[in-house]
Ligand binder design. Sequence first.
Ligand SMILES: Cc1ncc(COP(=O)(O)O)c(C=O)c1O
Length: 455
Amino acid sequence: MTIANNSVTFIANGVGNDIQHGHKRRLSYVDGFGTRAIHVGSEPNPTTGAVIPAISLSTTYKQDGVGNHKGYEYSRSGNPNRNALETTLASLETGGAFALAFSSGSAVTATIVQAIGPNSHVVSMNDVYGGTFRYFKRVATETQGLETTFVDLENADDNTILASFRDNTKLIWIESPTNPTLRIVDIPRIVSLARSHPSRPLVVVDNTFLSPFYQSPLVLGADIVVHSLTKYINGHSDVVMGAAILPPQHAHLVEKLRFLQNAHGAVPSPYDSWLAQRGLKTLHLRMKAHGINALKVARALERSHHVEAVLYPGLASHPFNHLAYSSLSPHAKKFVDRLRSIGDEDGLNPDTEGGFPYGGMVSFRIRGGAVEADKFLTALRLFTLAESLGGVESLAELPAQMTHGGIPEKERALLGIGDNLIRLSVGVEEAEDLVRDIEQALQYARSSESRSLSD
Ligand SMILES: Cc1ncc(COP(=O)(O)O)c(C=O)c1O
């Protein structure tokens, strides 16, 4: 069983080899985010002293008598590496007590939707990840009679949102910021609307884009946080995995999800779990660097006359910049406030005009259309033209034809996903190099030379 918390007492049960000793370690204060990332779920092996957990490949575990085992029976239902990762995740997603790791973010979505049972209704942000939309509309509708109402939870007023709730509304599915237009949702507002309705739907937040570093939805009142670990949490573009994290009051729901996790068997391998935990140890360092670089790139785009609009909620000019600031986790707020207090000294503050780092994703509309977007994407030297996000390396893509190509054109247009919308996953390379790369590609895409080539 994976239980961890951020509170005063940290109980190291279920963590690798520690389970056989069942020892308790008392901490006199709550460790900071980065300290938890490195230490929770990663204690030195009590037998060998190994500082880094071993990869436990065994699929089965010796029992000393029938049913008398050391916490593990069969690797689908529990594995030391998966449990260790779950312990770290439960600790880092502030407000969490339980975490369940899956073989992908999509498997997490499927499991949560299956847990709400047949003939249920979901209210979903209208701009969710395409795979989430696909599961709601093309899988769960058929297999469990699910009905989904898509609502613009960023702009709709309280009455409109309440009017979308039904007696059988079991979930409200939020993604914030959204992919790829980085729209943001006021999570506490949606939580209070959910609590006010007799159907008492659970509020789920897909926190993939900001990671547990920038946003703590459980602290804002959400019931479940989901992540595609494939992105920032693993951070190195070499693992596909997902996780759900729940607060202490949802132990019963955790049992249900864990039952489904084992029954479906959509579990991650020990090696992937080990890799994701290794990646997670530097999440705080990477997220700060992603945020600073993204803000610098967003500012450079904002200055360019080749750009029609920049979508980055951390920019002072973004219409929801205040909401973005209020949604920051306590640890991110500390980081942002400190950066802002530095002012212009030593060039450490990436934006002295009021912007702040808010994750590593930046979208923008290039002047022109599909031709200019294509020219830009193929002229990039450091940003790789590829789907996915959240790795240390910078990526760029064209949502209308790549990640969101499956959404009908009319719906894409309504969501603002046009042919000139480009999404950047800003990595942790040197910011100056990334800005130079963007500037030269913009220049090329909009030059008369490249325009005549494309005519
Ligand atoms: C916001 C978001 N949620 C969920 C997923 C699904 O995760 P996975 O690809 O790990 O199945 C993705 C994938 O891109 C995503 O971007």
